[in-house]
Ligand binder design. Sequence first.
Ligand code: TXA
Ligand code: MG
Length: 339
Amino acid sequence: MKTVLLKNTDEDISRAGQILRSGGLVAIPTETVYGLAANALNGCAVAKIFEAKGRPQDNPLIVHISELSQWERLVSGIPPQAMALAEAYWPGPLTIILPKSGIIPDEVSAGLDTVAVRFPSMRTTRKIIDAAGVPLAAPSANLSGSPSPTCARHTMDDMCGRIDAVLDGGECNFGVESTVITLAAEVPRLLRPGAVTPEELREVLGEIEIDEAVMGRLKDGVKAASPGMKYKHYSPKAEVTIIKSNLDKFCDFVENMKNEEDTFALCFDGEEKKIRLKCVSYGCEGDSLTQSHRLFTALRELDERGAKTVYARCPSADGVGMAVYNRLLRAAGFSVIEL
Ligand code: TXA
Ligand code: MG
């Protein structure tokens, strides 16, 4: 299949809309990461997403809308708490899970009785949804397991030849995926941290629970509330280890490493001179927003430069940092050394 690269023009957006309406797949920009979109109400179109990504069949998709009013027919009802949350943070990088309505195909919900919905803030995303005239199911547009793409080139690297088109909307602003919260449980539960922080969710909802899969590895036999959390994820090919320490201890730790050729440090800006390894940096220490913006690009750069072993400086897990730490922890397959 030839994959067309579309531009962010009205003409190309309307072409993307046509492809989506007729059951094709288009990778689209959003404020978080690029998504691999299909008509959410067409089970056959949605099934092609799983094939293109190599995604496990039991991992449900997020449905994207361009107006608040489109939410109602996707879910069985909108409780006041959910509406308050939407009013506070939509459009934006927040996904809300509720019991689904009858029009959601099983391919979207992967057999669950709930559906995840997001109203993105990026204008181009909303224009594409409008052009398609239907809600769009879209997981991140990476091959399953790889870091999510945050620009059209990364999306092409993974999806060229597998889908109809990629629409180039530039670099994603936030750079890691949306916050996912379920309101289908008794107490609201954070399933995936993102740009909307636990503190911001508590401001609207009061008490929330943080799923144990957010900050650690699920124990054997525990069923994942969010199926995506159980898979190895966001991983470069290299073996990544997070080093929890200050910069001096990190430098001492890597001082005597062998195999320097393919051993890299994933560090913060300005640390390259002190660290005796090849370095890829992913933002300023203490600045979670630059880190979220650059983390996935940095993980892909490590692959491009042939890294086999990577030691990563540990980000702060406060606020937006929880999202950065959560993704890096999965990229590292939960391997953390505390010095
Ligand atoms: O920012 C984002 O959310 C991006 C952009 C494209 O919107 N999308 C995205 O989709 O990250 P995906 O499929 O890569 O991640 C969706 C996550 C998965 O971990 C999935 O298991 C979980 O949300 N999820 C989706 N529907 C769910 C449901 N009904 N119940 C529990 N978890 C659900
Ligand atoms: Mg994903």
